[in-house]
Design a protein around this ligand. Structure first.
Ligand code: SAH
Length: 269
C-alpha cells in the first residue's frame, strides 16, 4: 500500500492559471488527475448538474472582461462535464484542457470563449447577431459544437477519427439541443462543400497552412479562425475575412496570439 500523501484534487484554481503560451495537450498533469480522481469518491452528479458550478466558471471568465456575452451565455447552458470522462467531471468547470480519448483534448473554456468571440465580432455575425452557417473542423467530444449550435443557425462539424465522431454523436444526443449539429466523419481539410458556403469556419486543430477548400467555402462577409503555423512565431490563431469590394473578393488575414493545438492531420481513421 502506498504511504505517499494524495495530491490535492481537484487542482486549485491558482494552479490552473493560464500559462503565457496556451498548451492544449497537458497529458502528464491530466493522467495524474485521473489517478487521483480514482482514489476519491465520485463527484456528486447533482452538484454538477445544478448549473451553479458551470455558472461560476462563466462568472470567472466574465470577470476577465474580455469575452463576448452571447458566447458566455451559451457556455453557461452547455454541461461541459457531460462531454468528458466521468473521472474528470469534477475538473470540467476549471479553465483547463482535458483529454477526450484517442490522444486528443478538449480546449480550455477560455480558449473556446476567445475563439468564438472572434467569430462573433466579424462583420457578418455582428450584423446578423448570430454566427449563421458554421463549419467546425475537429468535432472531438462535441462540446464546442454544442456551444456553437446555440450561437448559429446551422452547424456542420467534421471529425477524422471515427471513435470520436461516434462519441460526439452520443454526447450531443444525451445533452439535447434545440438545433443539433450535423456531424460528419471525414477529412476536415476538404471542408464540406455540400453544406456550404459558410458564414463562419472554425478549426480546433492546427495546420501548416489554411486549406484552399476552407477559403473557397467561406461565404462573402464570412470569417474563418484557425490555429496555423506562422513564420518565426510557431502556431498562432489566424483570422481570415472574406471581403468583397466592388464585386471583387479578397481574404484579409490577421494573426493573433501564439497557441498550441493538436495537429490538423490528413485522411480518416
Ligand atoms: N472542438 C473539440 C476539440 C477537439 S481537439 C471539442 O470540443 O472536443 C481537435 C480534433 O481535431 C481532434 O479530435 C482531431 O482528431 C481532429 N482533427 C485533426 N485533424 C482533422 C481533420 N483533418 N479533419 C477532421 N478532424 C480533425
Amino acid at each position: 500500500m502506498s504511504t505517499s500523501t494524495p495530491k490535492r484534487f481537484p487542482a486549485s484554481l491558482k494552479s490552473a492559471a493560464a500559462p503565457q503560451r496556451e498548451l492544449l495537450m497537458p497529458q502528464r498533469h491530466l493522467h495524474q488527475a485521473t489517478r487521483d480522481a480514482a482514489r476519491l469518491a465520485r463527484p456528486s452528479g447533482a452538484g454538477l448538474d445544478s448549473g451553479a458550478v458551470r455558472q461560476r466558471m462563466v462568472d470567472r471568465l466574465r470577470a476577465e472582461g474580455k469575452f463576448d456575452e452571447h458566447v458566455l451565455a451559451a457556455m453557461a447552458s452547455v454541461p461541459r462535464h457531460e462531454f468528458v470522462d466521468s473521472a474528470l467531471a469534477a475538473q470540467a468547470y476549471e479553465d483547463t484542457a482535458l483529454p477526450i480519448g484517442h490522444g486528443q483534448t478538449i480546449s480550455k473554456p477560455s480558449v473556446v470563449a476567445h475563439m468564438l468571440g472572434l467569430l462573433m465580432s466579424g462583420a457578418g455575425a455582428r450584423q446578423r447577431g448570430s454566427l449563421g452557417r458554421v463549419l467546425e473542423i475537429g468535432t472531438g467530444c462535441g462540446y464546442q459544437a454544442a456551444v456553437i449550435a446555440l450561437l448559429a443557425r446551422h452547424v456542420t462539424s467534421i471529425e477524422r477519427l471515427q471513435g470520436l465522431h461516434d462519441k460526439a454523436k452520443l454526447n450531443l444526443q444525451r445533452v439535447g439541443l434545440p438545433r443539433v449539429p450535423r456531424l460528419i466523419w471525414g477529412d476536415g481539410r476538404l471542408g464540406h462543400a455540400a453544406s456550404g458556403p459558410f458564414d463562419c469556419i472554425i478549426a480546433a486543430a492546427g495546420g501548416e497552412d489554411i486549406p484552399a477548400a476552407w477559403t473557397e467555402q467561406l461565404a462573402p462577409g464570412g470569417r474563418l479562425i484557425a490555429p496555423t503555423a506562422a513564420s518565426g512565431r510557431g502556431q498562432v490563431l489566424v483570422v481570415l475575412d472574406h471581403v468583397v469590394e466592388a464585386g471583387v473578393s479578397r481574404w484579409a488575414r490577421s494573426e493573433h496570439e501564439a497557441v498550441l493545438f493538436v495537429p490538423l492531420k490528413s485522411g480518416v481513421l
